[in-house]
Design a protein around this ligand. Structure first.
Ligand code: HXC
Length: 270
């Protein structure tokens, strides 16, 4: 008898959630041109959303947007921006609003990564990843928040599990993603009273991604620790995305828009 664990087949979100659950909604996704964020966007589109994907490489984005539109039957537009540049993000948001008229959901996923020891990493290398991951998330929230407030929408930030324990050669990403986790928590409590939600998805190693191919040496020898005996699948993250954005994640929730802001701040005291 085989001692291999029995692993249930990976299920696509299309099999589980109502097909039209996001009909008429719009998702704005940084890093949506490839990898985890592309499949998160695809899952949203397969359930009726239109999408804008954001990245630095317009050629890659355009190709991905065509592919996403073709396989889902929804509309996806490429919007070129470097998340380190606030004005470029504002322009991407303006293009999205001009095209679709609303933004309901935002996926903050643009990220940089490479393996380097603290000793071997330059100050600029560390700063670059903080600027892409943490500052990029802040810039994306700033650019989209007025529209997400208007639609009582929701954010998902793509974090990681690297910083839960020390992960060698990942000091930059670990620090950056810890910042993303904190940013999401503050966004959730500040904007919750206005009907805006914020959550983090923290993928472990996910198969068929650039992140895993870059870091796979770090994971060899750890596979026995994976509860299901396999690395994560893109559909695992896609399904979590659909759940967190849909109403199932907020049963009985009604934003009280008449409620005045609950915390005293210099602006609110005016
Ligand atoms: C050491 C490096 C480096 C490397 C870049 N740098 N790559 N240092 N090792 N491999 C340094 C450069 O020398 C430079 O510092 C500084 O970083 C900026 O590099 P640039 O190339 O000028 O910047 P830029 O063009 O903006 O690109 C930076 C980058 C890119 C976006 C971080 O290098 C990159 O890694 N792209 C891949 C994106 C990616 O893989 N995304 C998926 C993430 S998934 P100096 O001092 O020379 O000026 C993820 C989850 C992982 O994060 C979870 C898995 C389990």
């Amino acid at each position: 008898m085989s001692s291999r664990p029995v692993v249930a087949p990976v299920t696509s979100s299309t099999d589980v959630f109502r097909q039209d659950v996001f009909k008429g909604k719009v998702v704005f996704c940084t890093g949506g041109g490839s990898g985890i964020c592309k499949s998160m966007t695809e899952a949203m589109m397969r359930h009726g959303a239109n999408a804008a994907i954001v990245g630095r490489n317009l050629e890659k984005l355009t190709q991905s947007a065509h592919e996403l539109s073709r396989v889902t039957g929804q509309r996806c537009i490429p919007t070129q921006a470097d998340v380190r540049q606030p004005q470029q993000l504002k322009d991407a948001v303006a293009t999205t609003m001009a095209t679709f008229g609303r933004i309901d959901f935002v996926i903050c996923g643009a990220a940089g990564n490479f393996l380097a020891s603290i000793d071997g990493m330059s100050e600029n290398a560390f700063k670059t990843v903080i600027e892409i991951d943490t500052m990029g998330t802040f810039n994306t929230v700033k650019a989209t928040l007025p529209h997400v407030r208007a639609s009582h929408g929701s954010y998902i930030h793509v974090s990681a599990t690297l910083h839960y324990k020390g992960t060698p050669y990942q000091v930059h990403v670990s620090a950056a993603k810890a910042g993303v986790d904190a940013l999401s928590a503050v966004l959730a409590v500040e904007e919750g009273p206005r009907g805006v939600r914020s959550n983090v998805i923290a993928p472990g190693p996910i198969g068929n991604t650039e992140g895993l191919s870059r870091l796979s040496n770090q994971l060899s020898g750890r596979r026995n620790n994976f509860p299901l005996g396999r690395v994560g699948h893109l559909n695992d993250i896609a399904n979590a995305t659909v759940f967190l954005f849909c109403d199932a994640a907020v049963v009985h929730y009604r934003p009280d828009t008449s409620r005045r802001w609950g915390y005293r701040t210099p602006q609110n005291d005016r």
